[in-house]
Design a protein around this ligand. Sequence first.
Ligand code: HEC
Ligand code: HEC
Length: 357
Amino acid sequence: MVTRLAGAAAALTFILGTIVIGGAWAVGSASEPDRAARLAEFRRPDAIPFPEANPYSQAKAELGRALFFDPILSRDEGRACATCHVPSLDWTDDQPRAMRNDDAPMAVRTPTLVDIAWIERSLGWDGRFRDLESVAYVPITAPANMDMPEALLNERLSAVPRYVEAFRRAFPEAADEARPVTRPRIEQALATFQRLIVAGPAPFDAWVAGETGAVSPAAKRGFDLFTGKAGCDSCHSGHSFTDGSFHDIGTASGDDIGRGRFFPTSTALRYAFKTPTLRNVARRPPYMHDGAARTLAEVVEIYDRGGIDRPSRSRDIRPLGLTAQEKADLIAFMESLSDAGADGPAHKPIPAEPPRP
Ligand code: HEC
Ligand code: HEC
């Protein structure tokens, strides 16, 4: 039955393909029904996931936002989370690598926080953080970053009546506590706010929803390459264009072996870094964990060459032999993933119920 149907479909495609000379099928791109199925794989989800151990509340998200933007979290009050995760720069910065507090570059680039709610575990370029809650105290306490001892931070926040009130509101069980400011509560509030940082709808999403004119013909050809000949979606999969996993794409060299440092006996994880989301990607150069690629055109060249051929390199990375037109199409597709440029929950009122993405 299945074979007979498939045979009939093939025959139909053959006939139509012969008739529609010069149409999309004649240049070998996928058929419309097949493309619809591929598009559906990138449909945006209906709800932001909040973990059971740290459910959403408006008061917690509001407190998290206040903390995220407040330089009181750094010892010299010189930097906040938002110093590097800048809302108007898609929650990253424009430096190849993040700046230490002595102005020397760190080892890696500041990742965007867009769609961070869906990266469930293994955060960081090398996956060193087990969940969103556990990230915050690394930048807060790092001597080269915010340089803030845990006890001093509690003391400082406890001396600000506005914060003491906000902690009591955000954590009802602390309503009667004299000192409601604690590390786990700071972590939970910051994480709750960050889960609201969700990409807004892009032209691509309108196309997924059925608006055929929402993106250019070049972007559509780029999507077919992305999910076809170029095989980008084997790693950049799902609505946020990441599998949340780690791969060596053949670019990194030098001392930083990424995820490999935690798995010294694994070949595949040597030089493996986390697949980044491609939401708003056209707007936030430079690229890669070390900011080594300055433009999307450079990124596409890297994939076209196939990177360094070595045992750790992913089997999904190989020279692609793209034409100039195909490279431009891939870039046009990535450009269709940009939202309207609103800076998400940075300035909008925090809603009572978790918003729909
Ligand atoms: C000096 C700039 C800087 C500051 C300040 C900073 N970060 Fe980051 N952030 C980075 C860098 C660089 C990384 C990547 C670290 C790594 O992968 O080892 C990162 C990673 C993250 C991640 C993981 C993202 C991912 O995709 O896996 C989260 C979440 C995060 N930071 C939140 C925060 C919060 C919350 C604060 C404030 C308490 C903060 N950051 C302060 C630069 C900064
Ligand atoms: C084997 C998995 C894999 C495949 C296939 C793949 N990527 Fe990637 N991509 C990654 C990883 C991992 C990174 C981060 C590498 C790094 O930071 O060094 C990345 C980084 C990127 C970046 C930079 C994003 C940023 O925020 O810095 C872009 C753009 C990108 N890929 C586009 C593509 C395109 C286009 C294709 C297809 C031609 C593709 N990728 C194929 C895994 C993959």
